[in-house]
Design a protein around this ligand. Structure first.
Ligand code: GTR
Length: 361
């Protein structure tokens, strides 16, 4: 049933080079991966500038007895130089008092709140995961302001070219700066750092993990259109709706695909494939028709080709769409369908942690 649907959709092949040649073995993958980044960068999210030479920081506050003395909670001001001088933003770091350095979720957040309705901090630290969380609005405001504030202003994005970064790329780039900082910490396990985000920030998390291979895995929750969901024949939100409401999330070139999903030289399973061979997790809400869970599921199936090329399992599923509250954790691509609407719930977090425990313990 799922396979038949994919055949109908006739998606662009991950394993065919732009010149039409086949990607035959894993040694050819880095070259193909570079082509995919080039295409998604120039056509969807926009290219980001190179990283700053250095990040530095101040510890603004530190609570050694946070969350009933189970964790250390610091607020760090992260800084780096830009063409217009220093830029800084706050990052919350919560490290549980475990005997070995814990894995870390790098959370791209809607709000600075610790905890937050989307971030059940105690449940996460109780299961031995550390958290680094920053608010996306502290990077660049989520509005169509002509790119005149925050990080956009520092890099002169007001005059961006058609293939230069939109705000999803800016938030993803900022998450990589938090990763630069995380690489300096001995109190966490640097080999188990996972980026995570919900909705627009789920799209951001995937694009971040796709480009930055220091992330051991990426998690997207309800990321939908221009995130984990296949664009061809998608229900709910489509390129037309997303680019008219949020043109500034993307590069200008993306506009040319409005109403032309069939002509896209790629589809969103390519974004998931960029995570290969690293685990990637896609979570959907069963009533989130705007995001379209089934199209997210289809992307997981179709992205498997890259994983299999690299000797991994990819997505392990039966040839059917799953029921609400079922989950699929056996493959390198994990998926669950939470019963309910668009939201990032405790259940979702429990599933992310369960998947990471399975793949990284
Ligand atoms: C919606 C948008 C979606 C999704 C969501 C969110 O309005 O259409 O693509 O990103 O916002 O971020 O909550």
């Amino acid at each position: 049933m799922v396979q038949a649907r994919l055949e109908e959709l006739n998606l662009p092949d991950i394993l065919t080079f732009n010149d039409g040649n086949r990607v035959e073995n894993k040694d050819m993958w880095p070259r193909r991966r570079a082509e995919i980044i080039q295409l998604l960068g120039s056509q969807v999210y926009g290219f980001s500038p190179p990283p700053p030479p250095d990040v530095y920081w101040n510890i603004e506050s530190r609570d050694d007895m946070a969350f009933a003395n189970k964790a250390v909670h610091s607020v760090v001001s992260l800084k780096f130089e830009t063409p217009k001088g220093e830029f800084s933003f706050p990052v919350h770091l919560i490290i549980p008092k475990t005997t070995v350095p814990p894995p870390l979720f790098l959370n791209i957040a809607f709000r600075q709140n610790i905890p937050d309705i989307y971030l059940p901090v105690e449940e996460i630290i109780d299961q031995g995961f550390a958290i680094a969380s920053f608010c996306y609005q502290d990077i660049v405001p989520d509005c169509d302001d002509g790119f005149v504030s925050g990080l956009a202003d520092m890099y002169g994005a007001k005059n961006r070219k058609p293939d230069e970064w939109g705000k999803i790329s800016m938030w993803a780039w900022a998450a990589s700066r938090v990763m630069d900082y995380a690489q300096t910490l001995d109190s966490i396990d640097k080999n188990r750092i996972f980026c995570v985000g919900h909705s627009r920030l789920g799209k951001t998390s995937l694009w971040c993990g796709a480009q930055d291979e220091r992330f051991a895995a990426a998690v997207s929750n309800d990321s939908g259109c221009s995130g984990a969901a296949i664009s061809r024949d998608k229900t709910g939100e489509r390129i037309q709706q997303i680019t008219s409401r949020f043109p500034y999330w993307f590069c200008k070139s993306y506009q040319k695909y409005i109403g032309k999903e069939q002509d896209l030289p790629f589809d969103q399973h390519w974004l998931l494939a960029l995570l290969a061979p690293r685990p990637v997790y896609v979570a959907s809400g069963s009533e989130d028709n705007w995001a379209d869970p089934y199209s997210e599921f289809l992307a997981c199936v179709a992205a498997s080709d890259a994983y299999k090329l690299l000797g991994k399992k990819g997505f392990v599923y039966e040839d059917r769409f799953i029921e609400p509250d079922e989950f699929l954790h056996d493959g390198d691509i994990g998926y669950h369908l939470r019963k309910g609407p668009h939201f990032l719930s405790r259940y979702d977090w429990q599933m992310f942690m369960r998947f990471m425990d399975k793949h990284f313990l």
